[in-house]
Design a protein around this ligand. Structure first.
Ligand SMILES: [Zn+2]
Length: 261
């Protein structure tokens, strides 16, 4: 994969705000977040949707949720496939490193961290076909906790997805190009993590400066903490001073047309 260098004069400066873990289980919180984002000037959000969240809430069993999602897509938001169950079945023969990554870093949510290609392909195509059955065509697949192993990456490209993202970059699978941009993300699992993530995200936003893309990844539990919500509001206001809120799909489309011209 090539790392694309952006020339200053060709930049399309964007802000992608994404909401992770959208499902019938997090629907109420997601609606509140979208309302707040709209008030703050973010009318286009990439919604990362889990088809069967922890095997306890399949989207196709909730017609109201599906209708809402289709309406959001029609209004300019984007529905992205985000894992299938968002849960990783623990293997009996885990090495220490795998255990550290999958249990500590992601709290056991790294569903696509080490899936074999065939299994990954089966899950991403099943999720995509279920999206299609309600009239949604997902351009992107983003793995839970951004953990997408090498075999699963091949499966996602083979299934025809246009892009995936990791915590440090957006990968255009059509052009085999990577756009480097570290995502802001909040950690809310412990008080010290919340404090550290506020400082880190402020530094990161400043470091991203005038780069073509700023990414802010939000999760429904973030909104339980007023300090995090307020911090996200300020970061978004700062970013919107010089950028446009856009979905991943549209930002990539724009990058492609800029480099074509
Ligand atoms: Zn997630």
């Amino acid at each position: 994969m090539q790392i694309r260098e952006h020339k200053e004069f060709r930049q399309a400066r964007g802000l992608v705000v994404s909401i992770h873990d959208v499902s019938p289980r997090t629907w109420a919180a997601t609606k509140t977040m979208l309302d707040d984002l709209a008030k703050w000037g973010v009318a286009r959000v990439s919604l990362l949707v889990i088809p069967d969240h922890h095997q306890q809430g399949h989207i196709l069993k909730d017609a109201d949720f599906c209708r809402w999602l289709v309406d959001r897509a029609a209004a300019g938001h984007e529905a992205v496939l985000h894992g299938y169950y968002h849960l990783r079945v623990r293997r009996g023969t885990e090495g220490a490193w795998n255990r550290l990554v999958t249990e500590s870093y992601t709290a056991g949510e790294g569903e696509f961290f080490d899936l074999a290609e065939a299994e990954a392909f089966e899950r991403v195509t099943r999720g995509r076909d279920e999206f299609r059955s309600v009239g949604l065509e997902p351009a992107g697949f983003i793995a839970p906790a951004w953990l997408l192993g090498a075999e699963a990456t091949r499966a996602v490209a083979r299934a025809g997805f246009q892009y995936t993202t990791r915590i440090g970059q957006v990968e255009d699978l059509v052009r085999n190009e990577a756009h480097v941009s570290q995502s802001l993300v909040y950690s809310v699992r412990a008080a010290w993590r919340r404090v550290v993530s506020l400082g880190w995200n402020s530094l990161l936003l400043r470091a991203l400066g005038s780069r073509p893309l700023v990414r802010i990844g939000l999760h429904p539990p973030d909104w339980k903490y007023p300090a995090i919500r307020e911090h996200a509001r300020k970061c978004i206001a700062r970013a919107l001073a010089s950028r446009e809120a856009i979905t991943y799909e549209d930002w990539l489309g724009r990058q492609r047309s800029l480099t074509d011209s």
